[in-house]
Design a binder for this molecule. Structure first.
Ligand code: ADP
Length: 208
């Protein structure tokens, strides 16, 4: 399914009359990709969803792109091989980029274990439009939580290629935000991240 460079060369980007800036201005906040990375069970989906509720309450256009949910649809044909994880991240970044263009704050929650792939995702956005949030948690604690019973299955050999057990997780080198959830409640994690995000998406008149 590789794209034909000859075909691509003949496809010209058609600019839209309603711009991202106009949408941001109308919404009263900036659109942005907020990319949550971390081990399975670290709390990415939980924090992204709690954050979504808080932002939604404040009238912010927000949407969660959850890695597991995407695998039910657009990414249904992808496995957990390194090659397919790469494609999973690429597609999520591209869908997220469209949503950001449409004026939304996008909260993407994916294990995204490889630094190079996360950097590639970041490279698809403007510098001030992408925030990497490292949801850090010890493997021991993730395994103890095991909210979906996946670690138990992985230990029994029922899930191959499980991050943290069979495949490495590369810690972000320079995340924009780091939340260690090992000894924190969801509420405490929210108290850290919510004010930072509200500040980042604030629409400052004359500054955009
Ligand atoms: P992930 O999306 O990273 O795989 P989930 O959000 O699905 O992880 O699951 C995380 C689990 O850990 C949930 O059961 C959640 O209630 C629990 N948890 C405990 N403390 C925290 C915290 N500080 N932040 C987020 N989740 C937490």
């Amino acid at each position: 399914m590789k794209s034909n460079s000859q075909d691509a060369a003949n496809i010209v980007w058609h600019p839209q009359l309603v711009t991202k800036k106009a949408r941001n201005q109308s919404n009263g906040h900036k659109s942005m990709m907020i990319w949550f990375t971390g081990l399975s069970g670290s709390g990415k989906s939980t924090i992204a969803n709690a954050l979504q509720s808080e932002l939604f309450k404040r009238g912010i256009q927000v949407y969660v792109l959850d890695g597991d949910n995407l695998r039910h649809g657009i990414n249904t044909n992808l496995s957990f091989s390194m090659e397919d994880r790469k494609e999973n991240i690429r597609r999520t970044a591209e869908v997220g980029k469209l949503f950001v263009d449409a004026g939304l704050v996008v909260l993407a929650a994916l294990i995204s274990p490889v630094e190079e792939e996360r950097q590639r995702a970041r490279s698809r956005f403007a510098e001030d439009e992408f925030l990497e949030v490292y949801v850090s948690c010890t493997l021991q604690e993730c395994e103890k939580r095991d909210p979906k019973g996946l670690y138990k299955k992985a230990r029994k050999g029922e899930i191959p290629q499980f991050t943290g057990i069979h495949q490495p997780y590369e810690e972000p080198k320079n995340p924009d935000i780091c939340i260690d959830t090992t000894d924190r409640t969801v509420e405490q994690s929210m108290q850290i991240i919510l004010p930072i995000i509200l500040e980042k998406i604030a629409w400052k008149k004359g500054k955009q």
